[in-house]
Design a protein around this ligand. Structure first.
Ligand code: ADP
Ligand code: ADP
Ligand code: MG
Length: 477
């Protein structure tokens, strides 16, 4: 096992990774930017080094500086977290070239899956269903129109290098395609340094269902169940839950097996997520693989009892998976809410500033992953997500009630947050029934924001009364 690991990230995920390391007896080294000298990941670290200015390119994306710190402090491995360098194949290769271990799959695999058009091709070969669409990169708008007519409008043109919900456009007809194609290419070029586009049929009002995967160096691959991440705004996840109510055991098994086939299509090691959209008729289609730890991984930890970061580190050090697929058990239900420093009523304008005070919820089966503290100044340079509230319950009703209770306890003074919107969301009819899809939050946003302002709750369906008295033990693992 490693004795010392460098964590090449910041915020809640840097803290979360450090926690697993400490529990494993592994020393950690943190890096930070000049804007982050008071950040929690630095305060909690036993060793931390400033590597550059506030802009990510000057610090958290400065590969040379990060490698220098890792080598000089005697680290044996680097954990990249999510975002930043986590899906950068060049970085993964450089880490290995200087004789350190990159905690994640190898550069070639990150490349093969990170090019989303190439990933589509690999999935077709591996017999994993994909939405109808292009075979690789679109050469021009004319070819895009031909393919769109074959697949049927509406379609999405998507940046092959895209991520974080960006670099995608809905196209409803050929005229729009001509107008949008160059614009989308330019936008992708600016955002990702690569203007390549591919095309997929737009699956209307789907659920976003993803599977958490673990793969060891011995070639064993298992999945840890599904996550329903359909409560989205601008194609970014806001509330996630597991298990998804829509999936029968049979469909869950089928999708889980497809996810494992997807991972086995490449040489994979570590944690990963295979993302699908599920249409109204319960047909599922692959959309992408994220070759890293994901923001919403804690809900899977809640229902499986497995520490996914710990497993990432064990796998990187050569250990085999701790369980087989048939030993994997899901208990109860878990939900995550992402708390962002933003003002929903002002078009979700980011709200950086000083946290004057806060009270985080607590109690049974509640987990807070956060990197704020009273007096902490939220920097405008980075992501607006400041905390994740994760709850576990005996069943779905129980988990929803518990999350409502947590949001009632939560107080954050000094910056605006989306907590009120999250709270009213947990009373929305399709949320209560579990029938919501990726369009629901946006289409009900005006109503939800109004409820939030007048502090009144939507006429809500009852939670399942039978579940209220159900007891599934043990609740916590
Ligand atoms: P998830 O939230 O499911 O883990 P996301 O795709 O939202 O996955 O990415 C997690 C984090 O990484 C977010 O902070 C997101 O903004 C960032 N991110 C992901 N891909 C990119 C990318 N290509 N460019 C910039 N940021 C990205
Ligand atoms: P990113 O890399 O930005 O996470 P994804 O390909 O995972 O991009 O898509 C992000 C979101 O966009 C999905 O969660 C889903 O809501 C929507 N989406 C992507 N592809 C499709 C599709 N073919 N049909 C319908 N919705 C889609
Ligand atoms: Mg995605």
């Amino acid at each position: 096992m490693f004795r010392k690991i460098l964590i090449a990230n910041r915020g809640e995920i840097a803290v979360r990774i450090m926690r697993s390391c400490r529990e494993m007896g592994i020393d950690t080294v943190m890096v930070y930017s000049t804007a982050d000298s008071n950040a929690l990941h630095v305060q909690l670290a036993s060793e931390a080094y400033c590597i550059g200015g506030p802009l990510p390119k000057d610090s958290y994306l400065n590969m040379q500086a990060i490698l220098t710190v890792a080598l000089e402090t005697g680290c044996e491995a680097i954990h990249p977290g999510y975002g930043l360098l986590s899906e950068n194949a060049d970085f993964a290769n450089m880490v290995e070239e200087v004789g350190l271990k990159f905690i994640g799959p190898c550069g070639a695999t990150i490349d093969a899956l990170g090019d989303k058009a190439n990933a589509r091709r690999l999935m077709i070969e591996a017999d994993v269903p994909v939405p109808p669409g292009s075979d690789g990169i679109l050469p021009n708008a004319e070819v895009a129109i031909e393919l769109a007519e074959k697949a049927g409008y509406p379609v999405l043109i998507k940046a092959a290098a895209g991520g974080g919900g960006r670099g995608m456009r809905r196209i409803d007809n050929a005229e729009q395609m001509i107008a949008m194609f160059n614009e989308a290419t330019l936008e992708a070029q600016n955002a990702f340094g690569d203007g390549s586009l591919y095309l997929e049929k737009l699956i209307e009002n789907p659920k976003h269902i993803e599977f958490q995967i673990l793969a060891d160096q011995q070639g064993n691959v298992i999945h840890l169940g599904d996550r329903d991440c359909s409560w989205q705004r601008r194609r970014q996840k806001v509330i996630e839950e597991t298990p998804c109510t829509r999936l029968s055991d049979q469909l869950r098994n089928e999708m889980g097996e497809a996810a494992i086939r997807a991972i086995k299509a490449v040489e994979y090691e570590g944690a990963g997520t295979v993302e699908f959209v599920l249409d109204k008729n319960n047909k599922f289609y692959f959309i992408e693989v994220n070759t890293r730890i994901q923001v919403e991984h804690p809900i899977t930890e809640m229902v499986t009892g497995i520490d996914i970061v710990r497993e990432q580190i064990r796998i990187a050090s050569g250990a085999s998976l701790p369980i087989t697929q048939s030993e994997m058990q899901i208990r109860g239900h878990a939900i995550e809410c992402r708390i962002n420093a933003e003002k929903p009523s002002d078009n979700f304008r980011p709200s950086p500033g000083k946290i004057k005070n806060y009270i985080m919820p607590g109690g049974r089966s509640v987990r807070i992953d956060s990197a704020i503290y009273p007096g902490y100044e939220i920097s405008p340079y980075y992501d607006s997500m400041i905390a994740k509230i994760i709850v576990h319950g005996n069943n779905r009703s129980h988990a929803i009630r518990r999350m409502r209770r947590c949001l009632e306890e939560l107080i954050i003074d000094g910056v605006d947050t989306n907590a009120g919107l999250l709270y009213v969301s947990l009373f929305e009819q399709s949320m209560i029934r579990g029938t919501y899809d990726t369009s629901t939050l946006e289409s009900s946003l005006d109503d939800l924001l109004e409820y939030e302002t007048i502090f009144h709750l939507p006429d809500s369906a009852e939670l399942n009364p039978e579940e209220d008295n159900e007891l599934v033990l043990p609740e916590e693992r």
